[in-house]
Design a binder for this molecule. Structure first.
Ligand code: PLP
Length: 400
């Protein structure tokens, strides 16, 4: 059965229960397909999925069955992955400014690999987890990305020698380098430049007698096929840079921390029109205002929190007649807050209270950022997977 069939059935079930709660459908096959694409196009790079992007347990279980690693940002994310049976060796604690209790937690649970980018973090780690395998995160040119990260994280190249020297003085083990070109990267050359920067760090380390063996190229890849830069192009640039600067026989393991790539397109949100106003008077050209039951405090939080969010296209679930008039409409979320606006120019045919709208590509930085502000419950998530795929995943897990 297709995802659309599932959505139709779910809407019917809700109607029979006199309910119109919003819901999300998670297409797990889409996550599996993304993984296959990754393996095909970036065969040298082991993905460590960034749990923060979407921590839906069904998604995490699928990725565990596919043997990806996991990038965790906190004690709670580490605990979540350990509870799902992930080995501590398959976790990277990829946060450079960690609470000390979280570092101690990682140590107690044998999570060894963690990032740092400052002298103070080295001091904290030497106190809390002196046997950690450290990865030096560097700041890279992230000007091509919709969500830039290097102003907050990463050491400049000028600091590298000092930090490595301090690590040696403290008897800490630095095993590699990481970077993040920024989320929603729109220029593949960003990876070429960042990999070249990382090469420089490896060379500086080698002069200091530190032999590094890990390169972590971070995340940044869109999860939409219609994104302005195709994943194939990123992969070509990355593979070429790796083959030149970190050839296969150089003894360096290459990993990455993709988030949105895996989940962005896998989730579809279904929302219900709960109120409507005709308001020709409220602005030139604006004819109808709709109020839907999910918004920027819920699954659509990406509108305000994620500069790299996909364009929000509200698609009527009902059939739209050929030539049916579309009106420029304002669509509000359900809470008592005027910031809770989903669109001020949605081109949609006239809808009635009770109609459903679908929003695709709702998997990245959506559910992990949603709240129940005003008492509107978070949308329920329905993972959908074919029986055949489910059996395959179970088999893989039991034989893992
Ligand atoms: N790794 C780190 C350290 C991050 O901060 C993020 C996102 O903010 C990611 C990985 C995932 O990035 P993306 O979703 O762009 O792939």
């Amino acid at each position: 059965r297709s995802i659309n069939d599932f959505i139709d059935d779910q809407i019917k079930t809700l109607q029979s229960e006199d309910s119109e709660e919003p819901f999300l459908v998670a297409d797990l096959q889409s996550v599996i397909d993304r993984h296959q694409q990754w393996l095909t196009l970036l065969p040298r790079v082991k993905p460590f999925y960034a749990v923060k992007c979407n921590n839906t347990p069904a998604v995490l279980r699928v990725l565990r069955a596919l043997s990806t690693g996991f990038d965790c940002a906190s004690k709670a994310e580490i605990q979540m992955m350990l509870n799902l049976g992930v080995s501590p060796d398959n976790i990277i604690f990829a946060h450079t400014t960690k609470p000390m209790s979280h570092i101690r937690f990682a140590a107690a649970h044998r999570v060894q690999t963690m990032t740092f980018d400052s002298e103070e973090e080295l001091r904290k780690i030497s106190l809390c987890h002196p046997k950690a395998r450290l990865v030096l995160r560097i700041a890279v040119d992230d000007s091509d990305s919709l969500l830039r990260l290097s102003s907050k994280f990463g050491a400049g190249l000028g600091l590298v020698e000092k930090l490595l020297g301090l690590a040696v003085d403290r008897d800490l083990t630095v095993i590699g380098v990481s970077f993040h070109v920024g989320s929603g990267c729109t220029g593949s050359q960003a990876f070429q430049r960042a990999i070249a920067d990382a090469r420089q760090v490896f060379d500086i380390a080698s002069v200091l007698g530190v032999q590094m063996s890990l390169l972590d190229i971070g995340g940044g890849f869109s999860g939409r096929d219609n994104f302005q830069v195709k994943f194939e192009e990123f992969a070509d640039v990355i593979n070429a840079a790796l083959d030149k600067l970190f050839p296969p026989d150089c003894g360096v393991q290459i990993i990455a921390e993709p988030g949105r790539f895996y989940v962005e397109s896998a989730f579809t949100l279904a929302v219900n029109v709960i109120a409507k106003k005709n308001c020709e008077e409220s602005g030139p050209g604006v004819q109808i205002m709709y109020y839907i039951n999910d918004g920027v405090y819920g699954s659509l939080s990406c509108i305000v929190n994620d500069p790299a969010h996909p364009p929000i296209q509200l698609l009527p679930h009902r059939a739209v007649g050929v030539g049916e008039v579309r009106y420029r409409s304002v669509v509000w979320g359900p809470t008592c807050d005027s910031l809770d606006k989903v669109s001020d120019s949605a081109m949609i045919p006239e809808l009635q209270v009770g109609d459903w709208l679908l929003v695709h590509h709702m998997g990245a930085y959506t559910v992990s950022l949603s709240t129940d502000f005003n008492g509107f419950e978070r949308a329920k998530i329905f993972p959908v997977v074919t029986e055949e795929t489910r059996r395959l995943l179970e088999l893989r897990h039991t034989s893992a």
